[in-house]
Design a protein around this ligand. Structure first.
Ligand SMILES: Nc1nc2c(ncn2[C@@H]2O[C@H](COP(=O)(O)OP(=O)(O)OP(=O)(O)O)[C@@H](O)[C@H]2O)c(=O)[nH]1
Ligand SMILES: [Mg+2]
Length: 333
């Protein structure tokens, strides 16, 4: 737990240096928990990309908690805020059975119904489809995810279904090599859905346990490309009934509130199961994670905290509430 906490705390250094530090100033001003206090707090939350609705929700929750607990001093507000933030973040970690299975092995991923036939289920790979807007961090995150799987001893295969650019293929090849995963590639310009299909079939014949499909970045407003995503999704299910077992939407934390507007279209095109919030280390306005947790109703599964292969953390509401609220240097075990 110690090193895991350190990873989050270090990874969120920019947010902690700005957002957390600004919060500290408000909490330290002393005096009563009055309207003036809440107004100052509101300003800090808004500038950290928490967003209007989520900011109001947090403030209301803090006020209710203050009444419940009989708290009236600004000095005690940090604990109220931590509790309110943890509640909001917990909404994003209410993972369903599909999502809960993601970090376990392929057999468990097949779900309770298949658990009795473990042997059969284990022969089928767990298929993860990774989608998102251009440049958000999909390919890098796939490298990190693949490495996690291979470290657990799972035979992992990544599929280069971003067929638009030769460079995209090369980039995935480098990550596959680092992660110790196999790579399925095709000529650039090939049909992405066909590549995805071939990838899953190849994974099945090779006995891979996990397949991660990379896709080209696409704007949520581009109808043709969104239709292509729907096709990729459908074709995966033809290659292996039940696939994809998980669709991860990668969002870029540095674009703040704009990330929220990307979600609806991707959900519609590819039934998103979970969010991977990349580049949280690159943002000083990490408050956006509160907005994502509060507003989207799609669980945050992972958080990207750097460009290295190890810079991926499971999302945990309490850890993240603590990282947002605890001043630098405190609790740094
Ligand atoms: N600091 C930081 N950089 C990241 C993170 N994830 C990705 N990046 C960087 O973001 C840039 C884009 O990453 P890619 O993985 O290529 O993004 P992509 O979504 O695959 O991009 P396209 O395939 O072009 O749509 C690269 O420079 C990555 O190193 C992260 O968690 N933290
Ligand atoms: Mg990419």
């Amino acid at each position: 737990m110690g090193s895991f906490w350190k990873k989050i705390a270090d990874g969120m250094k920019k947010t902690r240096a700005v957002f957390t530090a600004n919060l500290q100033q408000v909490f330290q001003r002393g005096g009563a928990l009055d309207e003036a206090f809440y107004e100052e707090l509101e300003e800090v939350l808004l500038t950290a990309d928490v967003g209007v609705e989520t900011t109001q929700a947090l403030l209301e929750r803090m006020k209710a908690l203050a009444r419940e607990r009989g708290v009236s001093e600004a000095a005690e507000a940090r604990e109220l805020m931590r509790a309110a933030a943890a509640e909001v973040l917990a909404r994003a970690s209410a993972a369903g059975p599909r999502a809960a299975a993601a970090s376990t092995n392929a057999a468990a991923g097949a779900g309770a119904a298949a658990a009795a036939t473990n042997a059969a289920a284990a022969a089928e790979p767990r298929v993860i489809l990774v989608v998102g807007v251009n440049g958000v961090g999909k390919t890098t995150s796939i490298g990190k995810l693949a490495w996690r799987q291979t470290r657990q001893g799972l035979k992992t295969l990544v599929v280069a279904a971003d067929t638009y650019r030769a460079a995209a293929l090369e980039q995935l090849a480098v990550w596959a090599e680092r992660a110790g995963a196999d790579l399925i590639r095709s000529q650039s310009g090939a049909d992405a859905a066909a590549v995805a299909y071939d990838g899953v079939r190849a994974a099945m014949s090779r006995g891979a346990q996990v397949v991660i499909v990379d896709t080209a970045g696409r704007l949520q407003t581009n109808r043709n490309l969104m239709a292509e995503l729907t096709k990729i999704h459908r074709v995966l299910g033809k290659a292996l009934p039940g696939a994809p077992h998980e669709v991860l939407l990668v969002l870029d934390a540095t674009v703040g509130q704009n990330a929220l507007s990307q979600v609806a279209s991707f959900r519609e095109a590819a039934a998103v199961d979970g969010i991977l919030l990349a580049k949280l280390d690159g943002s000083a306005r990490g408050g956006v994670i509160l907005a994502i947790a509060d507003r989207l109703g799609t669980p945050v599964r992972y958080v990207g905290l750097g460009e290295g292969i190890e810079d991926l953390a499971d999302f945990d509401a309490d850890d993240f509430a603590r990282a947002l609220l605890e001043p630098l240097g405190a609790g740094g075990e």
